[in-house]
Each structure stands twice: as C-alpha cells, then as structure tokens.
Design a protein around this ligand. Structure first.
Ligand SMILES: *Cc1c(COP(=O)(O)O)cnc(C)c1O
Length: 366
C-alpha cells in the first residue's frame, strides 16, 4: 500500500496543498518576533503559584463550567453585567470555533464568507480555509487605516457572516477609527457578526467590551497571551448571551486544561503585577519609537500595541543582518503591498531593545 495514495484518497486537497505554519526555532536568540512579554512573574510569587499548581487534581477532568476562572474574569476584565465569557485554548481556538459555527453545510448551496482587512492577523484566513468559509481581504489604505468605501462595498457584495477587526491591528499596530468600526457594525446589521479582536488591549487601553450591550452583532475577543501568559494558552470572548451559547455548542467541553485554569486564576488574583508590566512596556514603546525614528531612512508607524512597525530601505537585508546578530524580528515586507520593506519588532526590555537598535543601526549603515 502506498502512503501517497492513502493520503490522496483521504485528506482534503486544500489541506494537502497547504504548508505547515512555520515557527522559527528561537533558542539563543533575542526574541522580538512574537509579541511576548519579556518579563516573568516576580520571584516572591513563584512559591505560591507552585503550591496552587501542585494542588490541582491532575487525575480529574476540568469542571466543565469553568466557573471559578470565569467569575474572576467577569469581575476583573471589564465584562459588562449580564454578559458571560467563553474560554478558548488561546484565542486561536476561538477564531476557529467562530469560523466553524458560521461555515455553511454543502446542502445550504453557498459558502459563507469571512472578511477582514488585509494585512491582518493570519489566523483569520487560515481558520476560514479550514472551516470551509470563503475569505475576502479588503486592502488597507497606504496610511494603514480602513478603506471604508471598499469595506462597505465588500460587505454589500459578499454579505460576510463574520468580519474580523483586530483592534489594534496586527501586523500594523494601529487602532482603527472607532467610528469606522461602528459603521461596519451598522452595515452588517442582522446579516453578519463583527469580531473586535483585542489581543493587544493591555497596550491600547481602548476597548469595545463595555459597548457590547449597544451592538447585538458585536463580539469582543481577547487573550492573556500578550499580557504575559502566552505559554498557558487562554483566550476569551464575550457577546450577547444567546449568541455565545451557539458558539459554546462547538467548543470541546474540556478545551482549557486544569493547569491553565489554575495558573490563570492565580494571575488574575495578581493582575496588578501584569498590568504594571504592561505599563512598563507602553513606556518602552514610546522610547523605542523615538529612538527608531532617529535612525536614517527609518519610518516609524504609530503603535497602540506591544510591537512597532517600521519601514526601512531594505527589509530583507536588515532582517538578515539582525538574524546574523542573533536578533529575531519579523520581516513582513512580503506579506502585502502596503507593507513593502516593513519590519515588525516586539517591544521588550530596555536591554533587549538596545541590542536590537544597535544591530539595526549597523545594518542600515552597511
Ligand atoms: C497574538 C494574536 C492573537 C493570538 O492569541 P492567542 O490567544 O495566543 O492564540 C489573536 N489575535 C491577534 C490579532 C494577535 O496578534
């Protein structure tokens, strides 16, 4: 029996022709490519965290309601009264669940559409593909703002069931105009859902969460990843209860494991520690932006996230020169026309930012 024909006879053709999502090995590198918080929990909290984790019943399935962690989230993360959260194994899982819930069955005679600005977070399009939704990307303007006439025309033409707006956007770092987002919500009406992805909310300090009661078709999604807990994989979303219940039907009942739950509860009890780290990173973001803007030939885009997008004369050579110096940043220059020669750099500690700046300076001088 040939494995090739076995795969050809069983695995979907679009999956077979797809490639694996590549994550570079970062050992030994200054890692500024994935928007991780460089700070860890202070050592005085380690012992207490270890005790909490050690007392978790690893032999038991999670309590499927996830009540204790959800109660803390509702209390501490600005969830409006009467609204609940649904948890995901990272917000990546929540994106996949929403796509699965909105994709139509073949018998329904047409494919549902997911829409997002382009460029935006790559997992939107990937989740559409896997779920069997069509994906429509509406190019951003050169200044990285939403092209509203094009967005509204695409909504009228494609009638998307799901529109994703990352607020602030990844990889561009900017916040879209709140009034534009309101216009998208109004244009969708009862024909489509708008997901405002607030992965970078700790750095933007702007949110649609409190506005959920105003918009029945609004979903707000966030994650603990960028706040400093990327390793535990915990995302959450909120929307009108009757709508949340539909997505909850697709969520695997034990999708969040007991160790993640315990670590999240502990960190929510000490949320001020993570919030202070975010405040430090916001400060370092402005210092790094200023330093980058002083480099010859570098154009810095405004950022409300924990990363900075810059344009350089030659992104490929600057990226390669930094790799040479063991500094990992993201070359997004070939992702989309509006990002030509752009690099995305995670804001880190003053020490790591300085290493990156030195490397970039040398690369630009060469
Ligand atoms: C990083 C990121 C996420 C992914 O978050 P996880 O919870 O780690 O899966 C979601 N949306 C955007 C826009 C991001 O940049």
């Amino acid at each position: 029996m040939s494995l090739d024909s076995l795969i050809a006879n069983t695995i979907r053709s679009d999956v077979r022709s797809d490639h694996i999502y590549h994550v570079p090995d970062a050992s030994g590198f200054v890692k500024l490519d994935a928007m991780e918080n460089p700070y860890v929990l202070p050592s005085h909290l380690h012992h207490e965290l270890a005790q909490r984790i050690a007392s978790v019943a690893l032999n038991r399935y999670p309590v499927a309601s996830y009540d204790t962690v959800k109660q803390r989230m509702r209390a501490k993360l600005g969830i409006p009264p009467g609204y609940d959260v649904m948890l995901g194994n990272g917000s990546d899982e929540l994106i996949a669940i929403m796509a699965q819930a909105c994709a139509l069955q073949p018998a329904e005679g047409r494919r549902a559409v997911m829409m997002a600005p382009a460029p935006s977070f790559v997992m939107f399009q990937r989740s559409a593909m896997v779920a069997g939704m069509d994906f429509v990307g509406v190019p951003l303007q050169a200044d990285l703002t939403l092209d509203m006439p094009a967005m509204l025309a695409a909504i009228a033409r494609h009638k998307p069931a799901l529109v994703f707006l990352a607020y602030p956007n990844n990889p561009t770092g900017n916040l879209f105009d709140a009034a534009d987002i309101e216009r998208v919500l109004a244009a969708l009406g009862d024909q489509g859902l708008c997901v405002v992805d607030e992965a970078y909310e700790p750095f933007a300090q702007r949110s649609f969460m409190g506005r959920l009661p105003e918009f029945p078709n609004l979903i707000v999604m966030r994650t603990l990843s960028k706040l400093g807990l990327a390793g535990i994989r915990l995302g959450y979303m909120s929307c009108a209860p009757a709508l949340l219940e539909q997505f909850d039907k697709i969520r695997p009942p034990y999708n969040v494991n007991v160790l993640t739950q315990a670590a999240a509860e502990f960190c929510l009890d000490h949320l001020e520690v993570l919030n202070e780290q975010a405040a430090l990173l916001r400060q370092q973001r402005s210092e790094l932006s200023e330093a980058l803007a002083k480099l010859p030939g570098v154009n810095v885009f405004p950022s409300a996230a924990n990363f900075i997008l810059i344009r350089v004369p030659n992104a490929d050579s600057a990226h390669a020169a930094l790799l040479e110096r063991k500094v990992l940043i993201k070359n997004v220059g070939r992702m989309h026309n509006v990002l030509a020669n752009c690099l995305r750099i995670t804001v880190s500690t003053p020490e790591e930012n300085a290493i990156m700046l030195d490397g970039l300076k040398a690369a630009l001088a060469a």
